[in-house]
Design a protein. Structure first.
Length: 319
């Protein structure tokens, strides 16, 4: 019997999806791709393959998991298997340069960005870059490597002090700093290529955020009701909050981008500056959902993903 095959490297992030598939009684198999073998001369099992490989896998000791996943996806696609978030989605997950160039093709505004390799090139680029600016890794995830600098001299002192951690692929990005007047960003979630909901994310405490991990950084940021927590008579807004009745002209553009790029599941992040201009700066093809925000809104992303996978499996079984 055909199955759903989940390709990933993070058991914690994948468990909610496996639980949802179990609840729906959908047969599945868990492929953890930290290491493994790709039998190129053998035909892969028939089924539906969902790629959830993350750009931040190296931060969990899985340095070559993306490369192994690329080999697996190449094998699967070569045999004509049904793959959701295939090789192109993986490439976009692993490279912000690739993301930005792809987004531009769909008239989606991205921040001014320069890619550089090597300390001298980074500093040379910074000298001619508008200030303030941020650094970030080309292959990252969870906001790794994001730092704000007010000048190239400040960046130079960081580099001289070995404080600027290198990107795992060697490519560092300089990017214009977008000031959000309310210190939030918006993350739009898509399942089956269609908009599901948008989340308001509080960035006042920094950039290293993941929806699946928001409540591991302390209970003071964990929402317990729609108004946020009360601590010492001070209201603290939730780190993640689903926006009621969200609408934006970007949704249509995002859906076109996902459709044309062959991406079925994604979270796309944007930020609005003080003049109301919206910049899109990240595409996550390995999307996670915040359980506290979903419980308040009564919407459950992994259940929707599981239902979509169930429908895809039915199509394969009927062919």
């Amino acid at each position: 019997m055909s199955k759903i095959y989940i390709l990933h490297e993070n058991d914690e992030w994948t468990k909610p999806l496996l639980d949802a598939l179990s609840d729906l009684k959908v047969p599945f198999e868990d492929w953890h791709l930290h290491q493994g073998i790709v039998p190129l001369e053998e035909s892969p099992p028939t089924g539906v393959y969902y790629n959830r490989m993350s750009a931040s896998s190296h931060s969990r000791g899985h340095r070559y998991a993306p490369e192994l996943t690329h080999a697996v996806l190449t094998w699967l696609e070569g045999y004509g298997r049904r793959v959701l978030n295939g090789r192109n989605a993986l490439q976009l997950e692993l490279s912000k340069v690739a993301q930005y160039e792809a987004l531009k093709r769909y008239d989606i505004l991205t921040p001014k960005t320069t890619a550089a390799v090597g300390d001298e090139a980074i500093l040379s680029s910074a000298e001619n870059f508008p200030s303030p600016f941020i650094t970030k890794h080309n292959r990252a995830g969870k906001g790794l490597g994001v730092h704000k600098f007010d000048s190239s001299k400040t960046l130079d002192s960081w580099i001289q002090g070995n404080k600027l951690e290198p990107s795992v692929d060697g490519v560092m990005l300089l990017q214009e700093y977008i000031q959000s007047p309310n210190q939030t960003i918006t993350r739009c979630e898509f399942v089956g290529g269609k908009f599901m909901y948008a989340v308001r994310v509080d960035t006042s405490e920094g950039f290293e955020l993941c929806p699946a991990e928001a409540c591991t950084i302390g209970e003071q940021f964990c929402p317990t009701d729609s108004n946020g927590n009360e601590k010492n008579n001070v209201s603290i807004r939730p780190k993640f909050e689903i926006i009621d009745h969200f609408s934006s002209p970007l949704i249509e553009k995002y859906e076109e981008f996902l459709r044309c790029e062959g991406i079925y599941f994604a979270g796309i992040e944007n930020i609005t500056d003080e003049s109301g201009q919206v910049f899109t700066y990240d595409v996550n093809t390995n999307t996670n959902y915040n359980p506290q925000a979903e419980a308040i809104a009564g919407i459950y992303g992994m259940k929707e993903v599981a239902l979509t996978l169930k429908k895809e499996l039915a199509k394969v079984n009927n062919t």
